[in-house]
Design a protein around this ligand. Structure first.
Ligand code: BG6
Length: 511
């Protein structure tokens, strides 16, 4: 199915004076505007409680666009700013929607946006349900409760983008999904995950399904283990107060890394279409084993960074962090997928703050050859024995690319060494990096849910991580890894129990 054009609409951003709006949403939209990719007739209406005029709001955003957009020009900003409006209102109060509706009409009339509305929830997560309930009561959602009962091509639409964190556990995620379901059809709910907007994450689908050479090997017969790492060099920075209630498992694994896992592990879809792709992701998420409380301790490792040279200072001393906090800033878990393709292959997911370097990658390690032909004839050549297994690395960021390691003969007497085939994404395709939010916003405007999470995926991901939320698993983690390292020793032990080892590249290695 060819992508359709993004439709004109009023984008209503709740939480307009917040960090996400100024750092991500507006700069990303502005970049798209500068490239001529936003639809004609797009209007942006910011909603938050602070009293401001349209012009104050535009002025406030200007500085951030200048800092974070890649293509800032005065003239471009002046034209873009004219499409931005502001409404001072408390969206958790049903009465506020009279003003919000009238500002939607005002923005739409001036920009010729028609009647489509794209809501964006960029507020504190505890406000989500109340705002959704108010939207429901406001009568702004006219699309109908049964999507099949209306002509979707002709009728105006109302959609909603929901930011992470999507709940704090399975129960709260279910409750949020029910609240959304009371107001919107699943087809109109866009649960955003900016990892799905990353080029190399989307490239997983192309690598797997536009080629024939990988897919026959992509299973338990040839793959020994799969590692998915998202390491960050920075600490929690100014987000201590939020982070201390979340932790690495909720912040990164339940959301971003589970999405990457689903794309690595899913079956081939019948078509490149949102319904087909999401169905396969749901199926594989449903096959992730939910471990028992007894099994959990052997399948996870948690850590919290201490102080050390070059580091941000011990986590517990950070602003907004409880001095006796047991929140993890590092988490590693082993998951198993109980289906025919993956049975017996461990999937290791790891994330952490204040680590050795910024790196997000997927590493597939292949099984060793069934018999070892070469050790006997290379006797005395230490390089020949215990050859490292083949490995495919998909580097999602920052050095986007793919590498494949295999073994080759060194010229002369029989000696073997590892060789790397290396594909550098930017060197090959060039182009400037695009902030992941921009393309995702356009997808929502065109009604393409491929890169958004279905209700069942979110709940499936929560089910799989629930056993690891037990506070008992975080006892004694304070300061158990120094900043600039690859995490606590327990993380290495976790893999060693399965005969595996993390891929911890040196500073010079990109993949
Ligand atoms: C966010 C997390 O979702 O992703 C942050 O809340 C994290 O804690 C960020 O730093 C990482 O995103 P990226 O794109 O830099 O890998």
């Amino acid at each position: 199915m060819k992508p359709t054009a993004p439709a004109p609409c009023v984008l209503v951003v709740f939480g307009a004076s917040g960090d996400l709006t100024r750092r991500k949403i507006i700069p990303a939209l502005f970049d798209l505007f500068q490239r001529g990719q936003t639809p004609r007739g797009l209007a942006v209406l910011g909603v938050s409680r602070t009293e401001m005029s349209d012009d104050d709001f535009r002025q406030h955003l200007r500085e951030w666009a200048e800092r974070f957009a890649t293509r800032f020009t005065e003239d471009g900003w002046a034209r873009f700013a004219r499409t931005i409006y502001y409404c001072a209102a408390d969206a958790t109060e049903p009465e506020a929607f009279e003003q919000i509706s009238s500002d939607i009409d005002r923005a739409s009339a001036e920009q010729d946006s028609g009647s489509n509305i794209l809501f964006y929830l960029s507020v504190a997560p505890q406000l989500y349900e109340r705002i959704i309930e108010c939207i429901n009561q406001s009568g702004l959602v006219t699309e109908g409760k049964r999507w099949c009962s209306i002509n979707r091509d002709a009728a105006p639409w109302q959609r909603i983008i929901v930011e992470k964190p999507f709940g704090v556990d399975l129960r709260s995620a279910q409750s949020l999904n029910r609240a959304l379901g009371r107001a919107f059809e699943e087809e109109s709910i866009y649960r955003i995950d900016h990892y799905l907007g990353k080029e190399l994450v989307q490239n997983l689908l192309v690598l797997r399904f536009a080629n024939t050479i990988f897919e026959p090997l992509w299973n338990r017969r040839y793959i020994r283990d799969v590692q998915i790492t998202a390491a960050e060099k920075v600490g929690v920075e100014s987000r201590g107060a939020f982070y201390d209630h979340a932790g690495a498992l909720r912040d990164m694994i339940q959301s971003h890394l589970m999405q990457v896992l689903a794309l690595v592990a899913m079956e081939p879809p019948g078509r490149y279409a949102d319904t087909h792709i999401r169905r396969e992701k749901i199926k594989v998420t449903d096959c992730i084993r939910v471990v028992t409380p007894d099994e959990a301790p052997l399948r996870c490792a948690f850590g919290q960074y201490g102080s050390g040279p070059g580091g941000p200072g011990a986590y517990r001393e950070g602003k907004g962090v409880a001095p006796d906090s047991t929140t993890e800033t590092f988490a590693a878990i082993r998951l198993d997928i109980d289906n025919w393709r993956w049975s017996g292959v461990p999937f290791f997911l790891r994330t952490g703050k204040a680590m050795a370097r910024k790196l997000t990658e997927v590493v597939l390690t292949f099984r060793e050859p069934p018999i070892d032909l070469f050790t006997p004839i290379c006797e005395g050549e230490p390089e020949c024995v215990r050859r490292p297994p083949n490995r495919l690395i998909i580097n999602i960021q920052p050095d986007e690319g793919i590498s494949l390691r295999f073994e080759g003969k060194v010229p002369g007497a029989m000696r073997i060494d590892s060789i790397k085939l290396d594909f550098d994404y930017l060197a090959r395709f060039g182009g400037e990096p695009i902030e992941a939010y921009g393309p995702l916003l356009l997808d929502a405007m065109r009604g393409d849910q491929t890169l958004f999470k279905h209700r069942d995926e979110v709940e499936g991901a929560w089910s799989a991580v629930m056993p690891f939320l037990d506070p008992g698993l975080r006892r004694g983690i304070a300061g158990n890894y120094p900043p600039g390292s690859w995490g606590p020793r327990e993380s290495e032990d976790l893999l060693a129990r399965s005969g595996c080892a993390w891929h911890n590249p040196s500073d010079e290695e990109t993949r």
